[in-house]
Design a binder for this molecule. Sequence first.
Ligand code: ADP
Ligand code: MG
Length: 438
Amino acid sequence: MNSVWQKALDCFKEEVSTSNYRTWFSKTSATLENNKLLIETPSSFVKDQLTTKLRPLVEKVVTSLYGKVELEFSVNPSLGGQKEEVENSLELSLPISVNLPNNNLNTRYTLENFVVGLSNNLAFAAGQAVVQNPGISYNPLFIYGGTGVGKTHLMVGIGHALRKKNPNLRIIYCSSEKFTNDFVQSIQSKRTGDFRAKYRSCDLLLVDDIQFISGRDATQEEFFHTFNELQSKNSQIILTSDRSPHEIDKLEGRLQSRFQGGLMVDIQQPDFDTRVAILKAKCQEKGDIVSQECLTLIAGGMPTNGRELEGKLIQILQASKLNNQPLNLDFVKKFLGKTYQLTKIDHKKVVLGINHYFNIKSADLVGPRRQKELVIPRQFAMYLLYEECKLPFERIGELLGGRDHTTIMHGVDKIKEGIQRDREMQRILIEIKQTLAS
Ligand code: ADP
Ligand code: MG
């Protein structure tokens, strides 16, 4: 480590907690050349943090030491520790909550405005049963399904309904990441007693996206005891997850069996009728009037989830207001045509993004070499070209140096499989998608 950067590192050490320092700064390196400070980071994840959230701090320290210099960031994997950092960063990057107020339930999500259809009627019925008989009939209630299908909405809606029945109910709603953060924080500040007092004394515990507890041994241990204590007091527990308990990787067996010990219900992607009804409900909520035939058209495209539907509706409403055009069938048709083209990602961008992310040359990505370290980047390229650019297998094969379409199919499947169960793969995919979106 050169002494120029060491001074800056010493400053960062002063400014942030030890664990944050270790995660975000300890493996960085930098050189100063002609008024330009080149900062190298071990992973794109660290780089992202330094260039966004931590940028003000970096600038402050750098300016105080070197005066006004230009900053440039790059990734240098040889600085090491990529895996570890991604693991740790979740615990450290999110804001640490001190006290959960008893009213942090999103008021937009109620059972009254939850649209019930074929895809979710079992889950809804289970929710109603829990409202009738909390802590007894279905404890825990485990709601699982893909993203945007309404898991959080339903869970929060149950929370509101129970609060209505009993306004004094002590409710904690948190994501599993928040639970983890609170726990880690409580250890660091030697206040695990407070942490336990808080989480074990509620009447209703709602934990969103419990799948992220995967691989976190200490948190799982803590959650196990929280769970047992609440259950023994007949306090209701509701969990959501993007997959069923036995599909959650690196989940302790005893937690898996606890999660399966109440009622598990899944929510599917909404069918066409439910999609139309969701759109209608969203219009009503916003006070906008959109004709049935327009809603039908918006819902009719590709199968999507509640979140995407709402997003599309908001875009269309905005566009019609901005352009001062009536929201009629013609307008929707034109709009959908345009956005489909706009959202389509260019294949060149995908290839460049992959090269950049994995730090490999384009020639290597499309080349014939079969080295292990090229396999994963290639498969991610195949997957993204297929899923994001909607290209046929044959065309992807051409783009990737004349590969056979069966090779492409195999590659796409590999990633599909991988992201179902492997958190590291999920992280990589999210990171690449973020760089593509920016
Ligand atoms: P998830 O937690 O499953 O990812 P959310 O609960 O956050 O999904 O839902 C995403 C969006 O879609 C929210 O705005 C939600 O209100 C809406 N949504 C999803 N399903 C329904 C439904 N059945 N009725 C009304 N809104 C829904
Ligand atoms: Mg959710």
